[in-house]
Ligand binder design. Structure first.
Ligand SMILES: [Zn+2]
Length: 118
């Protein structure tokens, strides 16, 4: 006997109207599309345009959005409660072709640069 799960929508459940059944199918389709997209990133077929990693120091998943122009230090960090949330956001930003900015120096690097220059 096949076990029936809540996500099995191959047949319309008796409690659902035709309209809510087709809405549920569309919703499920969107979720499956997101899953397939994410799988492309997990397999390396696609790569995130921004670095996504677990930051041991703060104990959170992060996305780096900005680097210091002098030392390459992380300047802009988005923090997430879990890996999936971070990767979904990274996927969203990657699809929009968002890359980390690198337009300014962080304060310590800037200070060092000024000290060496003069
Ligand atoms: Zn720096």
């Amino acid at each position: 006997m096949q076990e029936k799960t809540n996500s099995d929508l191959s047949k319309k459940p008796s409690f659902m109207s035709d309209q809510s059944y087709s809405a549920a199918l569309r919703f499920l389709e969107r979720l499956q599309k997101i899953d397939r997209e994410l799988a492309c990133y997990e397999s390396g077929e696609k790569t995130f345009t921004l670095p996504v990693f677990f930051d041991e120091e703060i104990g959170k998943w992060t996305i780096t959005t900005e680097f210091c122009t002098i030392g390459g230090c992380d300047m802009g960090i988005l923090e997430f409660e879990n890996e999936t949330a971070a990767k979904l956001e990274a996927m969203y930003l990657s699809e929009k072709n968002v890359h980390p900015k690198s337009e300014r120096a962080c304060y310590p690097c800037y200070q060092e640069y000024m000290r060496d220059a003069y």
